[in-house]
Design a protein around this ligand. Structure first.
Ligand SMILES: [Zn+2]
Length: 275
């Protein structure tokens, strides 16, 4: 049932894919992406979309080797609590890359990771890929650290619905940041100043990622109030390693090439001359 009650703009009873129980989803603000929360686990719609895709594609996720970059959501906590092979990393230059902070995270630069090749069944990023300066390098590193058949499952706001992806900011050789568009920041649990948005992604994101990483990306769009999955910009992207199907096997004979226009004309002239 979709209803508005009291000071809620939306309140729906349903089943939460993150905490995996019957719950109520409710929003007191019309911007559902941030405010349509599970009253049990506090998850947002994009987390429930990610978990729906995760549990659909890899119902055995609890047993898998998982790397999540820059966690901080209810979905991250669920992964950490339930999956014994879960490893969290943060971009934390205060300790050496590859070392583990006393609070539990491993310090990793997504663009230059210290993990061995083929380490993970799953790499998870939630609203991270709009903040990396070199998404091509980050995607190549994610591909390198995935096992064959592994997947990068992620949420990232595709804000340029009708337009190509656009870079908003870039790093310069001297380490400074040049803003190509008005700076936009998103909340970041690791940094009180927030995270700068470096790229406004469009739907060309899948083709771009595949071209730079060799992965095969599918975009999932879910709109299901019964699972609390209703909001703007909550697509889930799944990039598979060795993910293209084998569609070979067709053994029909190759059709003869069509007669060229010149040959056709020559044949007609020859026929005229001989009759
Ligand atoms: Zn929940």
């Amino acid at each position: 049932m979709t209803t508005a009650q009291g000071d809620y703009v939306l309140k729906v009873d349903g089943f939460c894919p993150v905490c995996e129980q019957d719950s109520t989803f409710a929003a007191k603000d019309p911007w559902l992406r941030d405010h349509f929360l599970c009253l049990n686990c506090n998850s947002q719609p994009r987390e429930r979309a990610l978990f729906s895709v995760l549990t659909q594609l890899r119902p055995d996720w609890r047993k898998l080797a998982i790397h999540e970059s820059s966690p901080g959501t209810a979905a991250s906590r669920r992964l950490q609590d339930q999956a014994s092979g879960y490893l969290a990393s943060q971009y934390d230059p205060s300790i050496p890359w590859g070392s583990t902070h006393e609070r539990g995270w491993r310090s990793e630069d997504l663009e230059r990771q210290t993990f061995a090749d083929a380490s993970f069944d799953l790499v998870i990023t939630q609203d991270v890929m709009e903040h990396v300066f070199a998404p091509d390098r980050a995607m190549r590193e994610i591909a390198r650290t995935l096992k064959p058949g592994g997947m990068h499952i992620c949420t990232v706001p595709i804000v340029n619905k009708e337009a190509p992806s656009v870079r908003r900011a870039r790093r310069m050789a001297d380490g400074t940041v040049e803003h190509l568009l008005e700076p936009v920041f998103h909340g970041n649990p690791m940094d009180p100043n927030g995270s700068l948005v470096t790229v406004d992604w469009g739907y060309d994101i899948a083709a771009y990622w595949d071209a730079v990483s060799g992965l095969s990306t599918t975009i999932f769009t879910i709109d299901d109030p019964g699972r609390g999955i209703q909001a703007e910009y909550i697509e889930v992207l799944v990039s598979r390693k060795n993910g293209l199907p084998d569609l070979s096997g067709d053994v029909a004979p190759t059709p003869a090439p069509a007669e060229s226009a010149v040959r056709k004309l020559a044949r007609r002239i020859k026929r005229r001359l001989t009759h």
